[in-house]
Design a protein around this ligand. Structure first.
Ligand SMILES: Cc1ncc(COP(=O)(O)O)c(C=O)c1O
Length: 452
């Protein structure tokens, strides 16, 4: 029956075939063994996403580096998979540095983009051997310069510019008077122009290039064109004033979109919109390395969350389907009203058909509401145009697709909830536990319950 459901969904909108990397029987077995909710990660998909992103920029007239922004999902096994692809890692905090250190990532393959930019922080980052540092403020540059002097290390500094272009996306990072980066010409010292000049005036700092990040899940790419045009003007100005000026690296941040509610442009279609602009920069200003710093795109489609239907209610032609999960495991459902594609998988190991309906009414589409287990109004899961909940009966499972980004990293214990296990389907087809679930005992201890 579930195979039919998959077929119906596939007929409605073409699902990327990598999404369904697990059979119905496996779902039932894993749910029996590990319980629900449960996250599954497909290693092959992680690898394929790197290849897809790399391929999208193959017509760029310079070197391309794929960078994984580990804030999207810092699970060590996921990072290890990406290490096999020899990509670069973008870090934002000392906690992330700790993970990278433990995993013995080559510091040559790391770029550090802090929001706080403290002296102690920069000392630790430089001590680890990370050379490429993105500065976002004048104070940050002073702290980096001090850290460089104390340690006698010359970092390769990138300036995070805020192009202040309009971005049509749910999550925007470039806007006027924004928190991230510095405007091109804005403040007296907090401007990209002034930071670059200060770097060239400081023998302990080497200018490497520019960084910008416009937002996440961007589907209208005009903002990249506008940002690159603004950068081109700034480069012209800097070249006139600094005879030795050279751009070695340009990082255009994240934003590559993922299929949640409806099809989105592929990375190749996205890149095609502004590739000419990038190549014009190369012909105007010389060869540089392009960094594509993705979080969401690289991990989202690798993961499925399995939840179980534990209760239903039927009234006023509506059916409320209550799951054993909640927004504590998929926070973006509450924060951004994220519409993950969902699908029902039959529980073949129990008599779920006995509970098929309280009233024998057929409910479809908009009349079925997925609700979480939390006692909170926001704990409702928006459904995607892709979702099919026709067989959403007690005992069956609901699969949430494309949940690999910004999900595990937000798991929280609201309502004394524990963290579910995470399993990885490895390249060889095996299933490996990559994160243990936590118990109530763990939670009690973590919350201070054992302090006398
Ligand atoms: C500096 C920076 N780079 C890259 C990313 C990744 O963005 P995305 O997940 O949309 O690819 C983020 C996300 O917040 C970011 O802050």
């Amino acid at each position: 029956m579930v195979e039919n459901v998959v077929q119906i969904i596939q007929n409605k909108v073409t699902l990327s075939k990598t999404n369904r990397f697990i059979t119905n029987e496996e779902i039932n077995q894993l749910a029996d063994e590990y319980g629900t909710p449960l996250y599954l990660v497909d290693e092959q998909t992680l690898h394929e996403k790197v290849l897809e992103l790399r391929d999208a920029y193959q017509n760029f007239d310079g070197q391309v580096k794929i960078v994984y922004s580990i804030k999207a999902n810092f699970n060590p096994s996921i990072i290890k998979t990406f290490m096999k692809d020899k990509i670069t890692f973008d870090l934002t905090s000392l906690g992330e540095l700790f993970f990278i250190h433990k995993l013995k990532v080559d510091p040559e393959n790391v770029i550090y983009t802090s929001v706080t930019e403290e002296l102690e922080e920069y000392k630790q980052v430089l001590s680890y051997g990370i050379k490429r540092i993105v500065v976002s403020s004048y104070f940050g540059l002073i702290n980096l310069s001090q850290a460089a002097n104390i340690l006698g290390i010359v970092p390769k500094v990138m300036v995070r510019m805020n192009p202040e272009v309009g971005v049509k996306a749910e999550v925007r990072a470039s806007y006027r008077n924004g928190k991230f980066g510095v405007p091109l010409n804005g403040g007296k010292v907090d401007s990209a122009y002034y930071l670059v000049k200060s770097i060239y005036d400081n023998p302990m700092l080497e200018f490497e290039g520019f960084h910008f990040h416009l937002g996440s899940q961007i589907t209208n790419f005009v903002c990249y064109i506008n940002a690159l045009e603004r950068l081109n003007s700034l480069l012209n100005k800097l070249k006139k004033e600094i005879p030795t000026f050279s751009l070695k690296t340009l990082d255009i941040g994240g934003g590559t979109p993922v299929f949640y509610n409806e099809p989105v442009p592929s990375p190749k279609e996205m890149a095609a919109i502004y590739l000419d602009k990038l190549n014009n920069l190369v012909s105007n200003h010389g060869d540089f390395t392009l960094m594509i710093e993705s979080g969401r795109f690289l991990v989202a489609e690798s993961s499925i969350m399995i939840a179980k239907i534990v209760n239903t209610k039927e009234y006023n032609d509506h059916k409320i389907v209550i799951l054993d999960t909640g927004y504590h495991l998929l926070l973006d459902c509450a924060l951004l009203k994220q519409e993950y594609p969902q699908e029902v998988a039959t529980n073949t190991h129990n008599n779920s058909h006995l509970y098929s309906s309280n009233t024998n009414k057929q409910f479809t589409g908009k009349n079925i509401h997925l609700a979480g287990r939390l006692c909170d109004t926001l704990d409702i899961f928006p459904t995607s145009k892709m979702s099919d909940l026709t067989f959403a009966n007690v005992g069956n499972y609901v699969l949430f697709y494309n949940v690999g980004a910004y999900s595990l990293v937000f798991n929280m214990p609201f309502h004394c909830q524990t963290k579910p296990p995470v399993l990885m389907k490895t390249f060889d087809g095996g299933m490996k536990l990559i994160r243990k679930g936590t118990s109530y005992d763990d939670l009690f201890a973590e919350e201070g319950g054992l302090i006398p």
